[in-house]
Design a protein around this ligand. Structure first.
Ligand code: NAG
Length: 442
């Protein structure tokens, strides 16, 4: 460990260590009887060398912090290194607070002239009237750097997922969320978090600093209740939390052709659909296969931004363009959602071509998940005349009660089973659950 630290400080002494972006999301962990609240903040930070800078409290009571910093992904040269800091904060109450990052200077010669690196996040953990729990921020991640050939058009869809079901919107950061806030001229941003770039002129080539804010807006009025009992109404026009998404966009020299699959890699099955939601029990290994091809260029690597501990195994000679991502969530990650974003890079005569970034959301379900896994029951449906395909599954639920089993216990178990099946994605909307039998029976 000491050897590694020495090596890193040597490297940063030789090449100046520039900031290359950050993403931070928050997830409440628990509320204690005394009103204190624990929240987990995941902050991805990109520097040229693998470095991390702490966030400081800029508004409110930010509580006591415990941080773990882990490398998330290491890219080469000007692509930098992404670390993930997992910070647990214990707060005396659920009052909102704000954290600020001042991380030195951005990569030099950014085309939009941004130098000073600043990011800001707002955490609001007051109890929501709809979910009866603290608010959860939008969940997202982004690769440290995105490359687009200058003559090609590309839509960059940011992964924007909100566990509370809020509407997620994006905008450019504005002071004091940034110091130099000039947005890149080559980009246009929609409030639904899609960035469109190019085609741009040849003079537009180079790095651009992108500083965005992602916010969650309730779909209906929501009352937020403070630990001290005071309340505030948030309408669909008020953001509840703020999450910064900052990265470097490289406009590269033109590609001979923009069509995917020629120079720019194209995804092939079984690559999951962009934005797909996956479910994995804690302690089980998740495996995602990403496959890409390019006719003229040669696929060289996969770039990944995933949670700490996620790995990607590269292609081999027998399976060119096939990458396997793996991750085993721990039990303490149960109930949390983790974004994975990746792109595939190809080389041709020294030029780099990257596929569009795609993301999936991985939801960690309890390790006991197999106990509720539905099992298909063999049924004969002869009288039912139905034009829609019908599938019937059986689930066995064990209900424990302090006294004798009552009908209300079964009704409650049915409701809970239905909620669980929906949460874990087993139950499509429109499906229904009904009670068949119990033993002992009532
Ligand atoms: C939502 O709250 C606002 C402000 O408190 C109020 O003016 C509005 O009538 C409310 N809307 C609904 C549908 O309750």
């Amino acid at each position: 460990m000491l050897g590694l630290l020495l090596l890193l400080s040597l490297v940063s002494a030789v090449t100046p260590d520039y900031f290359m972006g950050t993403v931070v999301t928050h997830h409440p962990v628990r509320t204690d009887a005394d009103g204190s609240v624990t929240v987990l903040l995941r902050s991805k930070m990109n520097f040229q060398a693998c470095r991390d800078v702490g966030w400081r409290c800029s508004d409110g009571d930010c509580g006591a912090e415990h941080v773990e910093v882990n490398p998330a992904s290491v890219l080469g040269g000007e692509e930098g290194c992404q670390t993930e800091a997992v910070s647990t904060r214990t707060l005396p109450s659920n009052a909102p607070f704000q954290l600020q990052l001042d991380a030195g200077e951005w990569i030099s010669q950014a085309k939009n002239g941004v130098r000073a690196a600043r990011a800001l996040t707002l955490v609001d953990l007051r109890t929501r009237s709809d979910t009866r729990g603290p608010n959860v921020s939008p969940q997202t991640t982004f690769l440290p750097a995105v490359r687009v050939p200058s003559n090609c058009h590309r839509d960059l869809k940011l992964l924007a997922f909100d566990p509370d079901g809020d509407e997620v919107r994006c905008r450019y950061a504005a002071a004091p969320e940034c110091v130099d806030c000039t947005p890149p001229s080559v980009l246009s941003l929609s409030s639904s978090c899609t960035l469109s770039v190019g085609p741009a002129s040849a003079g537009a080539e180079g790095p651009y600093v992108v500083q965005l804010m992602m916010e969650d807006f309730p779909r209906q009025n929501v009352t937020l209740t403070h630990t001290d009992g005071s309340q505030e109404v948030k309408t669909s026009k008020h953001a509840i939390s703020k999450v910064p998404v900052q990265f470097v966009l490289w406009v590269d020299p033109p590609a001979p052709e923009c069509t995917e699959g020629v120079y720019v890699p194209q995804y092939l099955p079984p690559t999951p659909a962009d934005g797909a939601e996956l479910y994995i029990p804690a302690n089980k290994e998740l495996e995602i296969t990403v496959t890409a091809r390019a006719q003229t260029s040669t696929i060289s690597e996969l770039l990944l931004s995933g949670p700490h501990g996620s790995t990607s195994t590269g292609q081999d000679a027998t399976r060119p363009g096939v990458f396997v991502l793996r991750w085993t969530p721990s039990e303490r990650e149960t109930g949390t959602s983790h974004p994975f974003c990746y792109s595939v890079r190809a080389l041709y005569k020294g030029a780099r071509f990257e596929s569009k970034q795609q993301c999936v959301v991985v939801n960690v379900v309890p390790p006991a998940e197999h106990r509720i896994a539905p099992r298909a029951i063999d049924v004969q449906i002869s009288q039912v005349q139905s034009s829609i395909p019908l599938q019937i599954f059986g689930v066995k639920v064990r209900v424990e009660t302090p006294g004798a089993l009552k009908q209300s216990d079964l009704d409650s178990a049915l409701q809970q089973a239905q909620n669980l099946l929906k949460t874990y994605g087993y139950l499509p909307s429109g499906a229904s659950v009904s009670f068949v039998s119990s033993s002992p029976s009532i």
